[in-house]
Design a protein around this ligand. Structure first.
Ligand SMILES: Cc1cc2nc3c(=O)[nH]c(=O)nc-3n(C[C@H](O)[C@H](O)[C@H](O)COP(=O)(O)OP(=O)(O)OC[C@H]3O[C@@H](n4cnc5c(N)ncnc54)[C@H](O)[C@@H]3O)c2cc1C
Length: 471
């Protein structure tokens, strides 16, 4: 019996989607860079034992396994490489919330649960699961952990890694590691879960996770502030964080250029302040207390803000706050309206962000006159999307031909500021070359050793994240 027939018999007919039309959605890729890469089948087990069976059988037949969650990743991690003999292993049917424990402030969810479903399970017991960002209705918790997703609330609650207490993982040989412990303290050996978080499916398949919950948010205050410089944005952020009783949950920076794109091209976006500024901060304070007086606290802090802070507006109600967030969340789609973009998801220490952005903007403008720098993102975490939109006089194709040289210039500048060229979205098959070019050789060697220790036959998401030796 061939590989797929055997799997069909083990997992049931619904579990196998052969090549053809129904497979199309699994072969899409957000940025169109790795779309329509053929695979032998999409395999959709219904439980962890089914995942283990698929992985074991793939190992025996020398077939690569590409785990796929919501397929919202932006680096081609959930798509096949060129010429791979591979299956896509979709986790979508592992979509049960196994347990919610309000007293232990924890939830155990299967990997295929959408992020929004985990948030809803927490809310149902008056708790908060704080991981949140624009793709939350589509991405899955397994994908979030595999990419160590960040989002809007990292500043206060940490990224996916910080929110994880325990994991269940299918290993490369098909064994299941049950590490679903709901403990805050466990020093009984190596912390193995951290190997699989952020590994983008190259070391094991996450099938379930026990995650931290927090008290539900009962009060929220949201403001948008105009600023004369990126330095004044960093100064304001520092002051607010220090003075607000640690209630700053989100702090998003937007340059005038991306804000203008959102106003021009995104639905329901309007000028937020009477005057125009080179930079804007979107700030949100939250509290679990019923009467924390956050609006007054924000007003007091903003009226004593450091030099360089311009007009500000504190949202009167939830609708106005949503309008501020529409500006921020509208930017990625709005950029498309302005022409092709080269995306850079980078981080540097918060205090170095203004100098980095200044240096990088000078370098890319010298290399590509007229390029429109579109910098926005999670300044509170030192993480910015330093995107480049094509000059108005250039065609999309001519600009995209500059992807590698312009990206290399941005990444070189990032490294000069001790930053990371892959802050949130991971490496996938977009950036292994940059891992090889820019990461410390000792670190690369350790990564290769971990990969060969945990996946000796190299069939778990091969050629992603870890560059081959000598590359
Ligand atoms: C509009 C939009 C906004 C976004 N904003 C953010 C943001 O603010 N912050 C952020 O961090 N990311 C953001 N992303 C990126 C993306 O949503 C995240 O990378 C997300 O965590 C991916 O989850 P997914 O379920 O879609 O995973 P997929 O895209 O399906 O997979 C991503 C990677 O994880 C692997 N993988 C998936 N599931 C598993 C599993 N169960 N076990 C092992 N490996 C697995 C895949 O093989 C692949 O390498 C955004 C994306 C979009 C489209």
């Amino acid at each position: 019996m061939d590989f797929l027939d055997a799997l069909r018999q083990q997992l049931g007919p619904d579990a196998i989607i052969p090549p053809g039309e129904p497979m199309a959605s699994y072969l899409t890729e957000r940025r169109g860079l790795f779309a329509d890469r053929p695979v032998l089948a999409v395999v959709r087990p219904a439980d962890s034992a089914g995942v283990a069976a698929a992985v074991r059988s793939s190992a025996e037949h020398g077939i690569a396994v590409i785990p796929q969650g919501g397929n919202t990743g932006l680096c081609g991690g959930a798509a096949a490489g060129t010429g791979d003999r591979a299956i896509i292993l979709s986790l979508e049917r592992l979509n049960r919330i196994r347990a919610v424990d309000a007293d232990n402030f924890s939830v155990t969810a299967e990997a295929g649960c959408r992020l929004s479903a985990v948030q809803a399970a927490a809310a149902a017991v008056d708790r908060l699961f704080p991981l949140s960002y624009a793709a939350e209705g589509e991405c899955q918790i397994g994908g979030n952990l595999a990419t160590n997703a960040g989002g809007m609330n990292v500043l206060r609650y940490g990224n996916a890694r910080d929110l994880t207490l325990g994991l269940e993982v299918v290993l490369a040989d098909g064994r299941i590691w049950n590490g679903l412990r709901a403990l805050r303290k466990d020093n009984s050996g190596y912390d193995l879960k951290d190997l699989f978080i952020g590994a983008e499916g190259t070391l094991g398949i996450i099938t379930a996770a026990t995650l931290k919950l927090f008290p539900a948010v009962r009060e929220r205050a949201t403001a948008i502030v105009g600023l004369e410089s990126a330095e004044s944005a960093v100064a304001l952020f520092g002051m607010l964080r220090a003075e607000s009783g640690d209630s700053v949950t989100s702090c998003e920076l937007m340059g005038r250029q991306p804000l203008a794109f959102a106003i021009d091209y995104a639905d329901g976006c309007a000028e937020p302040l009477p005057a125009r500024y080179p930079w804007y901060l979107l700030i949100e304070l939250t509290s679990s207390a019923r009467e924390a007086g956050l609006g007054r606290r924000l007003e007091r802090a903003l009226s004593a803000a450091p030099a360089g802070t311009g007009d500000y507006r504190i949202a009167d109600d939830a609708d106005e706050a949503a309008a501020f967030w529409r500006l921020r969340n509208g930017i990625p789609a709005a950029q498309k309206g302005a022409g092709a973009s080269i995306k850079n998801d980078i981080s540097v220490p918060v205090a170095d962000m203004p100098a980095f952005m200044d240096a990088a903007a000078r370098i890319v403008r010298a290399a590509c006159p007229g390029v429109r720098v579109c910098a926005f993102g999670h300044i509170g975490d030192g993480n910015i999307h330093f995107n480049l939109t094509r000059p108005e006089t250039m065609t999309d194709a001519d600009f995209l031909a500059e992807w590698d040289p312009l990206t290399a210039k941005v990444h070189d500048t990032v490294m000069a500021y001790n930053g990371s060229f892959a802050a949130e979205h991971g490496v996938g098959q977009l950036k292994p070359g940059e891992v090889s070019r820019l990461k410390d050789p000792v670190e690369q060697d350790l990564m290769r050793r971990l990969k060969s220790a945990l996946d000796p036959t190299n069939h778990l998401n091969p050629n992603k994240v870890v560059p081959p030796a000598g590359d």
